[in-house]
Design a protein around this ligand. Structure first.
Ligand SMILES: Nc1nc2c(ncn2[C@@H]2O[C@H](COP(=O)(O)OP(=O)(O)OP(=O)(O)O)[C@@H](O)[C@H]2O)c(=O)[nH]1
Ligand SMILES: [Mg+2]
Length: 196
């Protein structure tokens, strides 16, 4: 039987480059940005959770569980991830950001295959050139290690995952899949691309 995979969509950042507008909720071609991500993930995993530190009521409209960071200090993506790791009952947690609306349709499946093949604890996606540090699959048993890393004042996710067995899965076959929307200009550009 296939192992159970839960996903968390990280929407807990301050979105300063988006003028402070909650990135998951900004409109991209008639839908909130997070809707594009929800569409991509819904057939890939067993349960989806949304991690948001404001506008929770709005995020609840899609019917998924919404939770905020256990530590409310905006410590960065790891703060959302560690909270999700403590909540999931699944065998694996898939983590994605809310600002990558074009994620691969075979993301979970390929990360799981890479993790299993390498006997790793974490599988991180790459676009063929660069690692995508907040697109990863990991085991919930790592919650304690991640919490200790945060408690030590560390914030950089790639430093954390290098303490563990990591598999990198290249999605060089889908060069557009990790387009990242951080600014209004990038959003405008992607909107035009999608509309074509
Ligand atoms: N839970 C949680 N997620 C965060 C936090 N900071 C960033 N993220 C998420 O991590 C992902 C990648 O971060 P960025 O693209 O830099 O997003 P951001 O920090 O909101 O945006 P900027 O302020 O413009 O850097 C996004 O999905 C963010 O929502 C945080 O403190 N808590
Ligand atoms: Mg980003």
């Amino acid at each position: 039987m296939a192992p159970q995979i839960d996903a968390v969509i990280l929407a807990g950042g301050m979105a300063r480059r988006m003028g402070g507008n909650d990135k998951g909720l900004v409109d991209l071609n008639g839908q909130a940005m997070i809707c594009h991500t929800l569409d991509k993930l819904s057939s890939q995993v067993d349960n989806i959770m949304i991690n948001a530190n404001r506008n929770q009521a709005q995020y609840e409209q899609w019917g998924y569980r919404v939770f905020s960071d256990e530590d409310s200090g905006y410590l960065g993506p790891l703060a959302g991830m560690v909270t999700a790791l403590k909540q999931t009952q699944a065998e694996y947690l898939l983590v994605v950001p809310c600002d990558c609306p074009m994620l691969p349709d075979d993301l979970a499946q390929r990360l799981l295959a890479a993790l299993t093949e390498k006997n790793a604890d974490i599988a991180v996606a790459s676009d063929g050139e660069r690692e995508q540090p907040v697109v990863l699959l990991l085991k919930p048993q790592l919650a304690e290690s991640m919490q200790a890393f945060l408690d030590a004042g560390e914030r950089k996710i790639d430093f954390w995952y290098r303490q563990h067995q990591v598999a990198i899965e290249s999605f060089a076959d889908q060069p557009n899949a990790f387009v990242n929307v951080n600014t209004p200009e990038q959003k405008q550009q992607l909107a035009q691309q999608i509309a074509k």
